[in-house]
Design a protein around this ligand. Structure first.
Ligand code: MEV
Length: 301
């Protein structure tokens, strides 16, 4: 029996723009998905109600991972058991964390000797197949951990950051929102193109301030990024309420993380304001919790 785990992530800057090859900065967080694989009579998913055979419609990410392993080794009987701290469909990279942890667990179980690069690449292929258009951000961050610049796939110096996450509780489909943005970009190529360029410039400007630990300026840039995310139609009333409540309570900056439309927002905080911001987000209707950035990528437990 082998258990592995991989982290979820937040976008400090650059979601959506990264889909068009622009720069984004994302960071792993200390919420993780755990995957245990074990011997079984067929390829099965374990759940609270018992085991069921792997099903491409119910378990698209795991199914796609298993299909890839069938190209590497003889996969006939294995059970896969998932336990995740990361809310699903919320912009925190839960599907990538489950995908990457499953690849690592199967790699160890079948001794296929994949490198971290191989794992990140396979994960990105899986996400692209299941989601349509997908940037390598979630799978890369979940594999390597820490703070990462995409598309350069460059690991930045790690900083411990305190984040309040506010979950609207509204499921959002990344696939649908990414395709809405693509349609808007087709209707207004120059306007949306320039917004994507500006988001990219925010990410590039943000790198130096992150490295210097100037979180006041990082927060200010997050707020500008949020305005631009609203402008491309990925905000919502619920997300805005949490964003403004967090700023009023003293967050250094706050924005949507991930695709938007629902899901989560993040607020960068100083220690002294952390619980005030978390309470304000809760009062504004969000399920709020505190997390930290994490430098730990996928690993065997
Ligand atoms: C979704 O978490 C982030 C997007 O930029 C899509 C992607 O990067 O694949 C909207």
């Amino acid at each position: 029996m082998i258990t592995s785990s991989a982290p979820g992530k937040i976008f400090l800057f650059g979601e959506h723009a990264v889909v068009y090859g622009k720069t984004a900065i994302a960071c792993a967080i200390d919420l993780r998905a755990h995957v245990t694989v074990d011997e079984a009579p067929s390829i099965q998913m374990k759940g609270p109600g018992g085991s069921i055979d792997l099903n491409p419609r119910k378990h698209p990410y795991i199914y796609s991972v298993v299909e890839k392993f069938k190209g590497l080794t003889d996969v006939t009987g294995v059970s896969i058991d998932i336990h995740s701290d990361i809310p699903v469909g919320s912009g925190l990279g839960s599907s990538a964390a489950v995908t990457i942890a499953t690849i690592k667990a199967l790699d160890a179980y079948y001794e296929t000797n994949l490198t971290l690069e191989d794992i990140a690449q396979m994960g990105h292929l899986v996400e692209s197949e299941v989601q349509g258009r997908a940037s390598p951000t979630d799978t890369f961050v979940s594999t390597f951990g820490g703070m990462v610049q995409i598309p350069d796939r460059k690991k930045l110096g790690f900083h411990d950051m305190l984040i309040v996450i506010g979950n609207t509780g509204k499921f959002s489909s990344t696939r649908k929102i990414v395709s809405n943005v693509a349609a808007l970009r087709e209707r207004h190529p120059i306007v949306i193109g320039q917004i994507m360029d500006t988001i990219s410039a925010i990410s590039e400007t943000g790198v130096d301030f992150i490295q210097e630990g100037d979180f006041h300026t990082v927060g200010e840039l997050m707020n500008i990024n949020q305005g631009l995310l609203d402008s491309i139609g990925v905000g919502s009333k619920e997300l805005s309420e949490l964003v403004y409540a967090s700023r009023k309570a003293g967050a250094l900056g706050s924005k949507i993380t991930g695709a938007g439309g629902g899901g989560c927002m993040i607020a960068l905080c100083e220690h002294k304001n952390l619980s005030r911001v978390a309470h304000a987000v809760k009062r504004a209707g969000g399920d709020s919790f505190i997390c930290r950035t994490s430098n730990t990528g996928v690993r065997i437990e």
